[in-house]
Ligand binder design. Structure first.
Ligand code: SF4
Ligand code: SF4
Length: 298
């Protein structure tokens, strides 16, 4: 979904005019249009957590299988925050979901596909409590939808494309990414472990469910049993819980209660493991030293 512009248009695929929800723009996409599916032949689509929930159900696979078969990974920032993009077909730039009849997952297509030909920018002004969204038009040479005689508001287009629900569910996740970016060195480089948790909570809901159900998680976090049951049954609730856990781990914003003594128990277990490790190392060293005597002979 990226290309050059016609000569009459400015020399950038993005028209740098900020639109608000009530602003109007001219655009219509429909099956009969001459460029039908052109936008899916050269893709660069970043996936959000809710995209993955919808697509894995649509395709009848687990989230792990979806990641392996339908995505490629990339780094979202200089710290290496993991991101996923939709995969293209083998030896092609066309979307893996593109069929001769059109999008093979249309009802569950990702948020980025729903937004097109709009783009979204989220920014937070200094000291503002929330970020502000604005929109811009993406104009690509192949896309004839801009010539169609249909004018609508940004708000109306978002509703028609069903993107409101995606944005509502992904909102907290986008906030985490924005906060991580804007806090920079004050938060410091996240550990490998926190990246693993970010990946699990963001992109692998089946793996995250197993993690939350595991005895180790139950030893540390104090979850009400009926709340936990709800998480096991509802993937959107589970996503939202994952975002809370990420805030707790990445920014120290404690909203999930810990069991009393959980931290001490983990430290004790860690120390026990370290002691076992050093005993093992001492034994290895003794073995190695014994071998030296062996090589000296009688
Ligand atoms: S998911 Fe569907 S709409 Fe989105 S790029 Fe692929 S084929 Fe096109
Ligand atoms: S009008 Fe634009 S968005 Fe619609 S099919 Fe054509 S290229 Fe794609």
């Amino acid at each position: 979904m990226n290309s050059k512009l016609p000569d009459s248009a400015p020399q950038s695929p993005i028209i740098p005019v900020q639109l608000r929800l009530d602003d109007k723009f001219r655009f219509r996409c429909h099956k009969g249009i001459a460029c039908f599916n052109k936008c899916c032949e050269n893709i660069d689509i970043m996936l959000t957590p809710y995209d993955i929930v919808r697509l894995k159900h649509r395709l009848g696979v687990t989230s792990r299988e979806f990641i392996d078969l339908y995505t490629v990974d990339f780094q979202m920032d200089g710290h290496g925050t993991p991101g996923l993009k939709l995969r293209a077909k083998e030896n092609s730039t066309a979307c893996i979901n593109l069929t001769p009849e059109g999008c093979g997952v249309y009802e569950d297509r990702p948020a980025a596909c729903r937004y097109y030909a709009l783009g979204l920018v989220s920014m937070r002004k200094k000291d503002a409590p929330r970020d502000e969204d604005s929109y811009f038009i993406v104009r690509e040479e192949h896309c004839l939808g801009h010539l169609e005689p249909v004018v609508q508001t940004v708000c109306g287009y978002r509703k028609e494309q069903g993107v409101d629900l995606y944005d509502e569910i992904n909102h907290e996740w986008r906030q985490i990414i924005l906060k991580k970016r804007s806090s920079g060195p004050t938060v410091g480089r996240p550990s490998e472990r926190s990246f693993e948790l970010f990946f699990l909570a963001s992109y692998d809901p089946d793996g995250f469910r197993e993690f939350v159900a595991s005895p180790g998680f139950g030893e540390v976090f104090d979850l009400d049993p009926s709340f936990k049951q709800g998480l096991m049954a509802d993937e959107v609730q589970l996503l939202r819980f994952g975002f809370r856990l990420l805030r707790q781990v990445l920014f120290g914003e404690k909203s999930i209660p810990l069991k009393p003594g959980a931290a001490q128990m983990r430290i004790a277990r860690y120390q026990q493991r370290m002691a076992q490790l050093s005993t093992g190392r001492a034994e290895d060293l003794a073995d190695a030293q014994d071998k030296i005597y062996e090589s000296l002979g009688d």
